[in-house]
Design a protein around this ligand. Structure first.
Ligand code: SF4
Ligand code: SF4
Length: 483
């Protein structure tokens, strides 16, 4: 055991444990065996690489896009405004964030019910960054066998150079990832310029370093351990599965009994199944499991074992699909492709899809029809009501006008609800700049005999001068005191 390894704490099985020997020891810790996934090509590997490229082009590229002379996607926490291309979201738009979370959850339910851990296998940042870091590792240290030999080899100049190169590349990528992440919250070009002048703020440095360390640690060092021990989704995903959920499955009926043989051997005559026990499916697995033992929570559904086994089947001249996407029912009923696909459309998935479609459509329509004008009216609690001139009563309010549009606008403000109610001392039009807020004192006056003493419902109305469809009505109260 080398100095860095943690010795497992042994616990002894009780003597009355039915199976096993009383002298057996079980470790409370499992010492991690480093996994050296073999690279693989194939249908699913192509999909995975395509998704890695697509997600990373979006992640690294988006903050550099410009829209209306500003960063196209910017979550400006200081100004409390989120810019997403032509849309500007304010704290008042929190409902859209809620809808986004609902849509994400529904999508996860739907895709998991249909085909298990699609998210984990193809789009989760942990999978994506592990894939990128592994690619760098392979380019520098070589394939699985070469990496295993290098790690087992005593210190040498070659080992030092390769390890230094790999970690330098990993750290550079991790820092760029941290910088990009912060670039979603601070204008990225300005952030870069200030970084070169060593003029970054404390929080900016903290989040760049934090995100870089998380990327480097999770994708470079911890890898499958994040999925196995830290990710909560792996633990509760099974509740979203049913007997028709497509999972990566080994066809034991077809594959067993396993055994190596040459291509020329007639497997049936030799009493063998199609599995030649080559262990390729284990070697390509990024979590190091053997899918032939059945579905395990460590399986992230990446389908690398399908590609690996398909290559073996091709070489042996056997049909593909010894490991394949199949549901429990499909395996039991020996269902073929079209029968499996028909079961994708079952009540549960149709319901998820219908809700997803309904919520998505409603959110889309609501966004399209979104009123770019918002207004908050707050009564001045210092003075309920006062007589400003003989026979004229006045109530005071504070009005906050939010123009969420990226165009400066002029507005007209009026009040309704009492005879003779009028706005006092306010300009004819109120100018509010693009994507800005304006706070104004508002004084409303009525003749003292306009209504009976007590509170009265009124409405404050604001309307864009150039577009009557952009308007808001806010309810408030006007109080007339007892004479
Ligand atoms: S890759 Fe296929 S043939 Fe090889 S061990 Fe795995 S299941 Fe068997
Ligand atoms: S068992 Fe297959 S699908 Fe599951 S993680 Fe391993 S390689 Fe990926």
């Amino acid at each position: 055991m080398n100095a860095t390894e943690v010795k497992p704490i042994p616990i002894r099985k009780a003597a009355n444990v039915p199976s096993g020997d009383a002298d057996d020891e079980i470790g409370l810790y499992e010492i991690r065996k480093k996994i050296y996934p073999r690279s693989i090509t194939g249908r699913f590997a192509t999909w995975r690489v395509a998704l890695v490229i697509a997600t990373q082009v979006v992640f690294y590229g988006l903050p550099w896009l410009y829209w209306n002379d500003r960063q196209a996607v910017l979550f400006d926490l200081t100004a409390r405004k989120f810019y997403i291309f032509g849309l500007v979201f304010w704290p008042q738009d929190v409902i859209y964030l809620t809808v986004l979370l609902i849509l994400s959850a529904l999508s996860l339910f739907l895709f998991t019910a249909v085909a298990g851990r699609l998210w984990c296998g193809y789009a989760c940042p942990q999978t994506v960054y592990t894939e990128i870091f592994l690619w760098i590792e392979r380019k520098i240290e070589g394939e699985r066998q070469a990496r295993m030999r290098l790690d087992a080899a005593p210190p040498s100049l070659e080992k030092f150079v390769k390890k230094t190169l790999k970690h330098t590349a990993w750290i550079a990528l991790a820092v760029w990832t941290g910088y990009t992440f912060v670039g979603y919250f601070e204008p990225i070009r300005d952030l870069g310029a200030r970084a070169f002048q060593w003029d970054l703020g404390g929080w900016e440095v903290f989040w760049i370093v934090f995100y870089a360390l998380a990327t480097y640690g999770n994708a470079g060092w911890m890898r499958e351990q994040v999925c196995k021990y830290m990710c909560p989704y792996a633990r509760f995903q099974s509740v979203m599965f049913d007997h028709d959920t497509l999972v990566i499955a080994y066809d034991g009926e077809r594959g067993d009994p396993r055994g190596s043989r040459s291509r020329k051997v007639d497997a049936k005559a030799a009493g063998l199944g199609d599995c030649i026990d080559c262990s390729i499916c284990v070697q390509v697995c990024p979590t190091g499991i053997d899918i032939r033992k059945g579905l395990q929570y460590e399986c992230i559904g990446c389908a690398a074992c399908i590609d690996g086994c398909d290559q073996v089947m091709d070489k042996m001249g056997y049909p593909r699909g010894l490991i394949r996407y199949a549901s429990e029912n499909a395996l039991q009923q020996h269902a073929t492709g079209s029968a499996i696909w028909r079961r994708v459309f079952r009540p549960r998935t149709v319901l998820y899809a219908a809700i997803l479609l309904a919520v998505g459509t409603a959110a889309g329509v609501s966004l399209y029809l979104r009123n770019p004008l918002k207004m908050d009216v707050i009564r001045d609690r210092g003075a309920l009501s006062r007589e400003v001139r003989p026979g004229v009563m006045e109530n005071v309010y504070r009005v906050q006008i939010m123009n969420t549009d990226e165009k400066a606008r002029s507005f007209r403000l009026t009040a309704e609800g009492l005879p003779g109610l009028k706005v006092a001392d306010l300009p004819q039009t109120i100018d509010v700049g693009a994507a800005t807020t304006r706070l104004l004192p508002l004084r409303l006056q009525v003749p003292a005999d306009a209504a009976t003493p007590g509170p009265h419902r009124i409405e404050i109305v604001i309307e864009a001068v150039d577009d009557a469809s952009i308007s808001r009505r806010e309810k408030s109260t006007f109080i007339l005191p007892n004479p």
